[in-house]
Ligand binder design. Structure first.
Ligand code: 5GP
Length: 116
């Protein structure tokens, strides 16, 4: 099922696109959780990590090289950043179009809230 991300990729819905090529599109998150919060999204509609196949491996590699490029572009490469991919309900996924979050611009703290 197409999500709002497909419309953003096709430039049929507004978003601040910071990078786009034949495989991926990167744009600013509408509700940023850090000073820099970019979503790096495959142009192909893949709902979750559970749906990736070996054929997707070049595109999945591209997500990382674009993360590196955009981190440099945003000036956070040396200060550091976090890459997150949520999967399904327990992973906190809201939009069922695979995406990588690139977060930085401040100390992000522990990765998960710890529980006893
Ligand atoms: P998830 O929880 O699925 O890993 O993350 C989805 C992200 O997409 C959230 O951080 C949310 O703020 C962002 N988001 C949802 N709808 C839109 C939208 O229409 N435009 C943009 N730019 N980001 C969106």
């Amino acid at each position: 099922m197409p999500t709002i991300f497909s419309k953003i990729i096709a430039r049929q819905a507004p978003a601040e696109i910071v990078y786009q090529d034949e495989w991926v599109t990167a744009f600013k998150d509408i509700h940023p959780a850090a000073p820099v919060h970019i979503l790096i999204v495959p142009n192909k509609e893949i709902p979750t990590v559970n749906d990736v196949t070996p054929e997707d491996e070049p595109m999945l590699g591209r997500l990382f090289t674009v993360a590196r490029k955009v981190a440099e572009q945003m000036g956070i490469a040396s200060s550091g950043y976090r890459l997150i991919v949520n999967c399904n309900h327990d992973g906190g996924q809201e939009i069922y179009h695979l995406h990588m979050h690139l977060l930085g611009g401040r100390r992000l703290g522990p990765m998960l809230a710890k529980r006893d």
